[in-house]
Design a protein around this ligand. Structure first.
Ligand code: ZN
Ligand code: ZN
Length: 547
């Protein structure tokens, strides 16, 4: 087989982390991208709104990118599309609901005019350059999700995005097991599969189990019920609407992304909610409390979300009433536990009753647990296996499961972002390493801040800052007046009273007696003095003006 005939599989995001999923397939110089998602920042990423994959690898190959194929409408798969199509004008392939959600997102955030769409249906086969892409329906927590069978002369690869084997899904549309079996008959060279729940034994419960929990919570609540989830968890919206109807209440949707997504999913027939069950928010706010269910975002305690603002008492349209029941219908994304816990405490302090997944089954995972992951492997019987979607611990655990079902150790590859994997002549091997890091999006700025900026922010937050302003005579080099010293974030007033005069004295000594010192030297001397005295390492900045 010639050197040209190898398939490169290039993970740009989602391997070694939870979120910002993005995979590149390259064959014979032609490229397709699968998914382009975002990740929410961790606690130590100060001031960052979200993170997108580093797709620098593609920037000198823009005209070779044939397609951006999207598996489903969750943020960690579609959130970075606006940034990708800014640089790479490739057509987007998506199922109808996924397309609708992407369009709404681009309309809100910009980029809709640049987007070119090709709508596909689960079950379609697409020929994109050298790639034959067969789509097949998979169950997840959002309708219209697909997995992909990607055939090139290098072999058949199954890209299994987020999935669960739900036999009683909310929309009644199970996973296309027949297609998986057909792939197996043909011979699968490589399976890539979702590792999110690889540490979880057993089976993930069906979405159907949540129905009774919501019936109970909404049926028994005395006041308003406010239910927070992700705006893209369309199946959850259906379940809440069903329970709302049973309880004789009306439902209203709050927040732009929630309102948009519900509108699109209803219009396209993915949500069945009768018109008379829905009331506008302003009408709901004038109804009796026990007649209302409000569905909104903020299940992760995000400060800018409706629940985040309700907990802080800063929501504009409405406030929390004592007697309201707030339901957080999602599982914490790793790293968000602390924020969520604080939000729950604040909501309780404001008199609300709070229900979350530890108290009642108001959430089930949308991801396969170990037995489903093993079932998939046994169904597909791949020659090679590569875990995707997860931190290294989940990827490693998933690889262990593959060993258990009999996939050869040497045919399993655990790779993280940026590690190219090559499939050729029926064998898999590691290729080059390329950049596969983070691009931070911070308000309007994209990628202007990097890890060094993040370290500076962290240092500022942890250790505080001291500013020293010097004014020297340009002829004599001596100070014109005492240095001005300002500190923030590391000195209590008593220490400041003692230390600041001493800093002034030392700086004057250095400048007046040693002369010819750079700002950096002065800062260094002050830094080590402050460290001796306070055991902290504040950032010290010296500004020098001559007159
Ligand atoms: Zn998903
Ligand atoms: Zn996902």
């Amino acid at each position: 087989m010639s050197k040209k005939e190898k398939l490169k599989i290039i993970p740009l995001g989602g391997l070694g982390e939870v979120g910002k999923n993005m995979m590149v397939y390259e064959f014979g110089g032609e490229i397709i991208i699968v998914d382009a998602g975002i990740m929410f920042p961790q606690n130590d990423m100060l001031g960052v709104d979200y993170i997108i994959p580093d797709f620098e690898y593609l920037l000198d190959k823009i005209d070779r990118v044939r397609a951006i194929v999207i598996t489903h409408g969750h943020e960690d798969h579609i959130g970075a599309i606006q940034h990708v199509i800014n640089e790479i004008p490739a057509p987007i392939y998506a199922t109808p609901l996924t397309r609708g959600l992407i369009e709404a997102k681009l309309a809100r955030n910009g980029g809709l005019d640049r987007a070119v769409f090709n709508t596909m249906q689960a079950g379609d086969t697409l020929q994109i350059g050298p790639f034959k892409v067969e789509t097949f329906h998979i169950c997840h927590s959002i309708p219209d999700s697909v997995g992909l069978g990607i055939t090139t002369p290098a072999g058949l690869v199954i890209h299994m995005s987020d999935f669960k084997f739900d036999h009683t899904p909310v929309d009644g549309w199970p996973t296309d097991y027949a297609k998986l079996a057909e792939f197996s008959e043909r011979g699968v060279d490589l399976l890539l599969s979702d590792s999110t729940n690889a540490e979880r034994p057993g089976w993930t419960p069906s979405e159907a189990v949540i129905g009774p929990a919501f019936d109970k919570v909404i049926g028994e609540a005395e006041g308003r019920v406010i239910i927070a989830t992700f705006a893209s968890l369309i199946s959850r919206v259906q379940q809440v609407a069903d329970s709302t109807a049973k309880a004789g209440r009306k439902i209203t949707f709050a927040g732009p992304s929630m309102v948009d997504n519900v509108k699109i999913a209803r219009k396209m027939g993915y949500l069945e909610i009768p018109d008379d069950l829905i009331v506008p928010l302003d009408q709901a706010l004038h109804m009796q409390d026990h007649k209302v269910v409000i569905m909104c975002t903020g299940s992760q305690g995000e400060p800018s979300s409706i629940v985040g603002r309700l907990s802080a008492g800063t929501n504009r349209q409405f406030d929390l009433n004592p007697g309201d029941t707030v339901v957080l219908s999602s599982h914490p994304i790793p790293g968000n536990e602390e924020t969520i816990s604080k939000t729950i405490n604040r909501l309780l302090r404001r008199g609300a009753k709070v229900i979350y997944d530890a108290l009642a089954q108001v959430h089930v995972s949308g991801h396969a647990s170990q037995e489903e992951q093993k079932l998939l492997m046994n169904l597909v019987r791949p020659k090679h296996f590569m875990p995707i979607h997860g931190e290294l611990r989940q990827l490693t655990r998933h690889a262990e499961l593959a060993r258990q079902v009999g996939i050869c150790e040497e045919n399993i590859v655990v790779a993280e972002n940026g590690q190219v994997v090559e499939l050729s002549g029926g064998t898999l091997r590691l290729g080059q390493r390329i950049p596969g890091g983070y691009i931070f999006v911070d308000g309007e700025s994209i990628g202007d801040i990097d890890h060094s900026v993040m370290r500076e922010r962290e240092q500022l937050a942890r250790n505080g800052i001291m500013l020293i302003d010097l004014n020297v005579n340009k002829l004599t080099g001596r100070l014109m007046q005492e240095p001005e010293v300002i500190t923030r974030g590391f000195l209590v007033p008593e220490d400041a009273d003692r230390l600041i005069p001493e800093v002034r004295k030392r700086v004057m000594q250095i400048v007046n007696h040693n002369g010819l010192n750079t700002e950096k030297d002065i800062a260094g001397a002050v830094k080590s003095y402050l460290h001796e005295e306070t055991k902290r390492r504040p950032m010290v900045f010296v500004t020098l003006s001559k007159s």
